[in-house]
Write a protein that binds this ligand. Structure first.
Ligand SMILES: *[C@@H]1O[C@H](CO)[C@@H](O)[C@H](O)[C@H]1NC(C)=O
Ligand SMILES: *[C@@H]1O[C@H](CO)[C@@H](O)[C@H](O)[C@H]1NC(C)=O
Length: 239
């Protein structure tokens, strides 16, 4: 009984080996073409999955500052209460556990973040540090809107001889595919909204942890929270 299947396996192997190289390359190129075409197509339709928008998020950050000018915690409470009142849980999943902070080391900078929302095409986090930090923004596949709540963020791109300065109520917009050096000279906290392809940003967000801090619990918690929120959103149909 074993003999015929052995023969067939041998024949299959011979066929694969003998397939002419031109056919092999045509098939490979076709696969690459289909992959690139699919990605380009998804990129043109991704906006239909956005729930938040940069203008509303900016207004919300400004309203939070106005409602609680002397307390960053008060601003965060205001933001989360507004989001849960505005967006039904059937539309988008929001993480209301405001104690769920994790360290974030990326691009040489260090701070902590609380992930309010994470899905395939959007994320919304509180990021900052009371100490100050400095580093590379990362080169991302998403547009990034950094709404300052407390403190200041400074930034510059090569060619600029003067720094950009962002204060509470301002938004630092970093278009996808661009990068800057940034500094939170002293304590600074911001409401960061990113829209685009979020999973492709994760390697930057975790690289410093894997190559420098080796903070395994942070790595585990970041992956756990991000994965959990992305899945919660996918289950409600939010991509
Ligand atoms: C949420 O905040 C926005 C911006 O400040 C505001 O226009 C809206 O009325 C708020 N919604 C709720 C339900 O509080
Ligand atoms: C915030 O702090 C300033 C200066 O200390 C004070 O004048 C103001 O009344 C405070 N505002 C609130 C809402 O507590």
């Amino acid at each position: 009984m074993a003999a015929p299947s052995k023969t067939r396996a041998k024949l299959d192997k011979n066929w694969k080996q003998n397939r002419d190289p031109v056919t092999k390359w045509v098939l490979r190129l076709a696969a690459v073409f289909v992959f690139v075409a699919t990605c380009s197509w998804l990129d043109t339709i991704k906006h239909q999955w956005y729930v938040f928008d940069p203008t509303t998020i900016h207004e919300l950050a400004q309203a939070a500052i106005a409602a609680s000018p002397n307390s960053t915690q008060g601003m965060i409470d205001h933001i989360v209460a507004n989001l849960t009142d505005t967006y039904p849980s059937s539309q988008i999943a929001i993480n209301t556990d405001k104690s769920e902070w994790v360290f974030n080391n990326a691009g040489g900078a260090m701070g902590a973040m609380y992930i309010i929302h994470a899905s395939v095409t959007e994320y919304l986090i509180i990021f900052g540090t009371p100490l100050g930090t400095e580093g590379h923004t990362g080169l991302h596949t998403a547009d990034d809107y950094f709404n300052i709540l407390h403190g200041e963020q400074w930034a510059f791109a090569p060619g600029a001889l003067e720094m950009e300065r962002y204060t509470p109520g301002m938004v630092h917009y970093l278009p996808r595919g661009t990068a800057k050096q940034y500094k939170m000279h002293e304590g600074c906290f911001a409401l960061e909204y990113a829209r685009g392809w979020i999973p492709l940003m994760l390697p930057f967000g975790l690289a410093d942890t894997l190559t420098s801090t080796l903070d395994v619990p942070t790595f585990y918690n970041t992956a756990k929270i991000t994965g959990r929120e992305m899945i919660r959103n996918l289950l409600t149909g939010k991509i």
